[in-house]
Design a protein around this ligand. Structure first.
Ligand code: DLL
Length: 431
């Protein structure tokens, strides 16, 4: 069985520092131009404790873009066997490359994630993450196989086939984006087959999702379903960097023998004390083909200083609340989409589907929200009014709300859900 426990603090720190030192040594000597330049001032033998980590330089997304496509690969291509990519917002995809050892580590951390969630070797894993360049599908796939599950590589889309397979195979565990998992539950309910399904565990990630969304997803599956959070990013490995466990909801266990976490102030780059919010920075301790040193993820979290359940030692971080670059500036006020999701999901009369429009037509940016009503008999003007008041209260920005009938907004069947839409002319960005 994969390790779901981790190492106690002392041996862990010893292992981490040894791995960090050998990573820095390798990066300075492997002959890769990017790393020779980035580490020209660094003496690998000066890395003797984890306290030396903040003196090492960051890696940022732009480094991957600037060295596109393969400039950060540190091994000969004869040693590499896989490539993935994530679609960048600015045109070029971010390419990541793996050696067989990297793939073995990746399978292991995904097997750990599945096992932490309660998946067993005799489970049929319904894997609804997209297969292809996206890391979600193949990441969970190899993790499931490593654990000994029977993996159904169904990928995203085609909800009718997904429901048929879920029903006929009786899968107890599904992996998918939270939005796709919700869609499957909604469709199962519409087709009146929810009661025939046996799904108990959802391994949900790749998108931010709030606690309110967790409740919506669990309710949509009709009770008896635990929605658990899995975190990861292509630049570091893909899914399987950190995983939530059912006995410790709200915390992600970082597999810190492979991925060394820090949290820094997004502005200054200074490490913040444990417990304080900031940007997650990750160092890959064992990656061969494309390691990253102090990679600025852009994801906002904090290190949870208190120990989790006894006998489990992983570094715990809070579930991600969004990305620093998600922040919208509206009339000089910073607004995070997650704040809006929280207000909507906390309201019992609102459904689980919503979209935020950032209207840039006028001289001042305006925000508005469209959300589906839930299963409710409440009066629309009353709910609208209430939501607008709470949004004003929380965001300090006027945010008109339009409530639409349940099921009337488009659903994302493949890939990551899009919640924020820009409006630049009179065409309604929500169609
Ligand atoms: O989304 C890897 C993945 C696949 C994770 C399947 C979990 C499950 P990328 O496409 O490179 O990789 O996107 C990474 O997605 O920096 C976060 O901003 C966001 N993200 C991923 N997981 C979570 C999560 C995959 N659980 C980016 N909560 C990351 C919030 C998440 N955001």
């Amino acid at each position: 069985m994969p390790d779901t426990v981790g190492l106690p603090a002392e041996p862990r720190a010893a292992l981490q520092v040894e791995r960090l030192r050998s990573l820095v040594r390798r990066l300075t000597t492997c002959g890769n131009t990017f790393w020779s330049e980035r580490l020209s001032e660094v003496d690998p033998s000066s890395v003797t404790t984890l306290q030396d980590l903040p003196s090492l330089p960051f890696t940022v997304k732009a480094d991957l873009r600037d060295t596109y496509p393969l400039g950060m690969v540190t091994t000969p291509l004869t040693d590499t066997t896989r490539l993935h990519a994530s679609s960048g917002t600015s045109g070029k995809p971010t390419i990541v490359v793996y050696t067989p050892h990297d793939l073995a580590v990746w399978a292991e951390v995904n097997a750990r994630s599945l096992a932490l969630a309660g998946t067993r070797p005799d489970d049929i894993l319904h894997n609804g993450y997209g297969y292809g360049l996206f890391t979600g599908g193949l990441g969970l796939h190899y993790g499931g196989e490593r654990l000994g599950c029977t993996v159904v590589p169904v990928s995203g889309g085609n909800t009718a086939l997904q429901l048929q397979l879920l029903r006929d195979l009786g899968s107890r565990v599904m992996s998918a984006t939270p939005s796709f998992s919700l869609l499957l539950a909604e469709r199962a309910r519409e087709q009146e087959i929810l009661g025939d399904l046996n799904v108990e565990i959802g391994i949900l990630g790749a998108e931010p999702w709030s606690e309110g969304m967790r409740t919506r997803i669990q309710d949509a599956w009709g009770g008896g379903f635990t929605a658990l959070d899995i975190y990861g990013l292509s630049e570091v490995i893909g899914p399987g960097v950190a995983m939530e466990a059912p006995d410790d909801l709200g915390a992600l266990n970082v597999f810190d023998d492979h991925f060394l976490p820090e949290v820094v102030d997004p502005e200054s780059g200074e490490v913040v004390p444990d417990g304080e919010w900031g940007e997650l920075v990750l160092t890959t301790l064992t990656k061969q083909a494309m390691p990253v040193l102090r990679y600025r993820t852009g994801d906002i979290t904090r290190i949870l200083p208190d120990p989790g359940p006894p006998d489990r030692h992983w570094t715990r971080i809070a579930r991600l609340t969004g990305r620093s670059d998600d922040m919208l500036v509206v009339r000089g006020i910073n607004v995070y989409p997650r704040q809006i999701e929280t207000v909507l999901m906390d309201d019992p009369d609102v459904g689980a589907n919503y979209a935020i429009v950032v209207d840039r037509r006028g001289p001042m940016v305006e925000l508005r929200v469209r959300a589906e009503l839930g299963d409710t008999t409440a009066e629309i003007p009353e709910v609208t009014d209430r939501l607008q008041k709470v949004l004003m209260d929380r965001l300090r920005v006027r945010t008109p709300v339009e409530l639409v009938p349940p099921g009337s907004m488009p659903r994302t069947e493949a890939g990551k859900v899009k919640r924020v839409f820009e409006q630049v002319d009179d065409t309604d960005p929500l169609g």
